[in-house]
Design a binder for this molecule. Structure first.
Ligand code: KIV
Length: 265
């Protein structure tokens, strides 16, 4: 955590990659990744499920344990699966504790913005680091109408910013920002005092998270985007072709509304 904070202060890009088992975690750790995520995307890429809604806590815990055995330097995060944290902050804390004690990870990730703030506060007060996940939240694909880019209008961008500020206020040490236009993600990043870890959100975020099978291109259904830690560190990945557009007019309205400076500056 201290390392991540000091990287953020020095404006050094933070690298994060998913790993689902001992060998993939070993590769990630040996490659010098700053964070390793046992993402619930393992439902599809490791277990062959249709989507992330099917994966169970026990299955995630098994994968977390195997990843944790391999990670020596990287900060390791486990993803709380759908159904294991939304009912109440107490349910979420209970699951988060299992991830630390049984999964042997160092922190947890959960999806959601403003509405998850009390939950994030409850977990962080218990001493468990929380990585938030806002923008496109794949566990809610049914209510979002599929995997849709978020923040494409001034109003939508404002909602993502409000979510970012809420998860920061609740105590998250960082937030994943998924599928948001690059310019919007940049403005949000400048307004926060915690790192943003982008995926499909441009190179103006504080760091990037990559799904390992996407990066290696060895999974047929994956969107293969060859990339590496060094490209993230050099901010040459993601390039403009890996980002989503926003119209000039909508961006102008959003930038005017927020200014683009950090809170309190
Ligand atoms: O499950 C996952 O792999 C994720 C990343 C895409 C952030 O949540």
């Amino acid at each position: 955590m201290g390392t991540l904070r000091s990287m953020y202060k020095k404006n050094e890009p933070i690298t994060m990659i998913t790993a689902h088992d001992f060998p993939s975690a070993h590769v990630a750790d040996a490659a010098g990744m700053d964070m390793v995520l046992v993402g619930d995307s393992l439902a599809m890429v490791a277990l062959g499920m249709e989507d992330t809604s099917e994966v169970l806590v026990e299955e995630m815990l098994l994968h977390c344990r195997s990843v944790a055995r391999a990670t020596k330097a990287a900060f390791t995060i486990g993803d709380l699966p759908m159904g294991s944290y939304e009912i109440s902050p107490e349910q979420a804390l209970d699951t988060a504790i299992r991830f630390i004690k049984e999964g042997r990870v160092q922190g947890i990730k959960l999806e959601g913005g403003k509405e998850m703030a009390p939950t994030i506060a409850k977990i962080t007060r218990a001493g468990i680091p929380v990585l938030a996940h806002i923008g496109l939240t794949p566990q809610r694909q049914n209510s979002l109408g599929g995997f849709r880019v978020q923040g494409k209008t001034a109003d939508g961008a404002m909602r993502v910013l409000e979510d970012a500020l809420a998860v920061q206020e609740a105590g998250s040490f960082a937030t994943v920002l998924e599928a948001v236009p690059a310019e919007v993600a940049s403005i949000i990043t400048q307004r926060l005092s915690i790192p943003t870890i982008g995926i499909g959100a441009g190179n103006g975020c504080s760091g990037q998270v990559l799904v390992q099978v996407d990066m290696t291109g060895n999974f047929p259904l994956a969107d293969s985007s060859p990339s590496s830690s060094s490209k993230v560190k050099a901010r040459s990945y993601p390039a403009p072709e890996h980002t989503y557009p926003i119209s000039k007019d909508e961006l102008e309205v959003f930038s005017q509304a927020v200014g683009g400076k950090r809170e309190g500056q």
